[in-house]
Design a protein around this ligand. Sequence first.
Ligand code: GLP
Length: 245
Amino acid sequence: MKTLIKKTYEDLSKEAAKIIKEAIQEKPNLVLGLATGSTPIGTYKELIRMHREENLDFSQVISFNLDEYLGLSADHHQSYNYFMYKNLFDYININHKNIHIPDGMTENVEEFLKEYEKKIREAGGIDLQLLGIGSDGHIGFNEPGTPLNSRTQIVKLTESTIKDNSRFFEKEEDVPRFAITMGVQTIFEAKKTLLLASSGNKAEAIVKFIEGPITSQITASILQKHPDTIVILDEVAASRLKRRY
Ligand code: GLP
C-alpha cells in the first residue's frame, strides 16, 4: 500500500485525477469503479477539466459504482445515481450504456445483486476502483462487522453513517436505513484501488485502517493486503498517523 500525503484537498484531487487519466490513456476501455460522497467531487471536477481541455476520452470507459441507497430512485436528488450524473457523467463523453450503478428501486434484490457481480465479471473485472472512507472505516457501504469475504449485498447502515450522511438530506429521518453495496471482497478484487480521504473527521479511521489490524470492524483495512493500493490523504486526514511515508 502506497500512501501519499498532499497539502490540500485540491492537490489530493489533482493527484487522484492524474492517476485515473493515466489509467484511461493506457487502457481506453478501462473498467473504472466509482465512488460518491463529498471526497471525490474535486477529482471529478478535475476529470471534467481534463476532458474539456486535454481531450481525455471516456467514450470506451466502463463504469461501476460502489453503492446506492435502497429505496431511492435514480432521479431522487440524494440518490447516488443522481449524484454521479450531476457531478461527472453529464459533463464527460462516457457512453451511457457503459454506466452501471446499483438500482435502489430494484424489485428482485437477490437477482439484482447476482447480476451486478456478473456484469463486473463479464467486463473483465474492475481495473481501477476509486474509494472514499466512512468515519467508521467503511468502504462502499460495508459497515463495521461486514465479513471481509462479502460480495455485492444489502447492508444496514450504522447510526454513525446515518448521522454523517444526514447532511445531504433535509432531516436525519430521511436518510435510508439500508443500501446496496459492492462487497468487501468485490472491492478487494479490483486490480488497483485508489482511496481518498480529506479532513479531520477521517483522521481516526485513517490511522486504524493503515496502522491497525486487518479486521471486519474497519472494512478498509483489507486493503493492507491489496497488491496495488494507493491512498491519498491531505495533511489533516493524515495527522494521526505514527508512520509518515
Ligand atoms: C458514504 C459512501 C462511501 C463514502 C463515504 C464517505 O457512506 N457510501 O462510499 O466513502 O460516504 O463520504 P464523504 O466523502 O462524503 O466523507
